[in-house]
Design a protein around this ligand. Structure first.
Ligand code: SF4
Ligand code: SF4
Length: 426
């Protein structure tokens, strides 16, 4: 039985009643979505445990780290360089909210036509239900899409310390220079916050830790190419979500363990669905915990998701950072080069994204792509059209689903996904 975390939550300023309500929804939703899946790998028990303690033990670990003098850095975007945070002995945690909470309150600050991710982040802060947010010594906002950029101007009054990082919108030399300058400023800010110096040794250690975490996700992705699929898309997504919360070394070790198990499954030609099950790649907006709506619908129709072209997925983990620099400046250049490769739709042009989707679909043996756009997310919803046309031209059937966190459209999405899966079955 878990210890009583209520004093810790209270100390973190949570509204205990509202927090109970959140956990009361999250627990059963998790049970219903994950634990009843067919033939799950035994190693997923670790991730079940992490989820059962996501507001408990992991928060206690963060509090212990703070007690030991480490700083907790909360983030909303995959452009925040974790290498630098780890190099300065910080702990980085993802804060993105994948559920509706206190929407009416959030809409007092934001227009109704704001994407669910931003509204969720505001709702979680206003309702005081996120211990990651209140445990953070600093929250990093990044000027990516307009919703976030303008939202942070308001959000700064809702959290004790918000650091806003500017980001370029093009990958031109000027764009690169801006990113480098911003990363440098961020490093200096963290040096001051942590009282530590960004040395070459520490920087290399930070790079190695994040690279290891990314490399294990690459290993997992390769194994998901097998038919029959050795693991469900829901479990694949779950690991990509926990990537943002867990201790990096422990996470790497746990995913490696699952990969060992998956290799054995593949050798035995064993899977979570029969060979020949329609295979789908998801592409689009990030799906933060507990946003499992669309993947649940897809896998309930009898298809299998084999990969996620998403920030909570391969867009976020795709490239490693070179560690060959001989000075802090050279290592910083390597970090900038790596982050500049992320093909978020806030960049223009963003042609490399569709190439990445195609490459993923081919290497994962996907027969179709479901493009997931959050309603009111202009960057991804606008980009969905050209992406769809290009994929269809390349012979990859594509379905565009635009939705939010609500349940009202579940039946309608189900019908469209079923028809799409029929198309894939030929
Ligand atoms: S979609 Fe773009 S803005 Fe959103 S987390 Fe990913 S990189 Fe950041
Ligand atoms: S989903 Fe779209 S609109 Fe929402 S925060 Fe991400 S990029 Fe911005």
């Amino acid at each position: 039985m878990s210890p009583d975390y209520r004093p810790m939550w209270k100390g973190l300023g949570l509204d205990l009643e509202a927090h109970d309500a959140l956990l009361g929804v999250l627990g059963p939703l998790y049970e219903q979505t994950f634990t009843k899946q067919h033939n799950r790998p035994a190693g997923m028990a670790y991730f079940d445990f992490v989820m059962s303690e996501v507001h408990g033990l992991r928060i206690k670990e963060l509090m212990d780290a703070k007690e030991a003098g480490r700083k907790v850095v909360g983030t909303y975007c995959t452009y925040v360089p974790e290498e630098i945070v780890l190099a300065l002995d910080g702990v980085m945690v993802g804060l993105c909210a994948g559920a509706e909470f206190a929407t009416a309150e959030a809409e007092k600050f934001l227009p109704r036509n704001t994407c669910a991710l931003i509204k969720g982040a505001f709702g979680f802060a206003l309702a005081r239900v996120c211990p990651y947010l209140t445990a953070s010594d600093v929250v990093v906002g990044e000027n990516t899409c307009d919703g976030k950029k303008k939202g942070y101007e308001i959000f700064k009054d809702l959290v004790p310390r918000l650091y806003v990082m500017d980001l370029p919108q093009t990958k031109s030399p000027a764009g690169r220079a801006l990113m480098r300058d911003e990363f440098k400023k961020f490093a200096a800010y963290l040096e001051e916050l942590t009282g530590r110096k960004l040395t070459i040794e520490a920087f290399k250690k930070g790079i190695a830790m994040v690279n290891a975490k990314r490399a294990v996700m690459h290993r997992l992705a390769k194994l998901r190419a097998a038919d029959p699929a050795p693991i469900s898309g829901l479990d694949g997504l779950l690991m990509n979500q926990i990537y943002f919360y867990d201790d990096p070394a422990r996470f790497t070790q746990s995913v490696n363990k699952i990969c060992d198990e998956l290799e054995q499954r593949i050798a035995r030609r064993e899977g979570v669905a029969p060979k020949g099950t329609p295979r789908i790649l998801i592409s689009g907006c990030p799906m933060a915990v507990p946003n499992w709506k669309l993947p649940s619908i897809i896998e309930k129709t009898g298809a299998i998701i084999v990969g996620e072209e998403s920030c909570v997925g391969e867009r976020g983990t795709q490239a490693l950072t070179a560690d060959t620099g001989r000075t802090v400046d050279e290592l910083l250049d390597a970090v900038v080069d790596r982050y500049l490769k992320i093909d978020c739709a806030i960049f223009t042009p963003n042609e490399s994204r569709v190439e990445h989707v195609l490459q993923m679909a081919r290497s994962l043996n996907a027969q179709g792509v479901i493009h997931y756009g959050l309603l009111f997310c202009s960057p991804y919803q606008v980009e969905a059209g050209p992406v769809e046309r290009r994929l269809e031209k390349e012979g990859l059937p594509t379905l565009r689903i635009d939705t939010d966190y609500g349940q009202e459209d579940v039946g309608q999405i189900q019908t469209r996904v079923e028809a799409f899966v029929e198309r894939l079955r030929g």
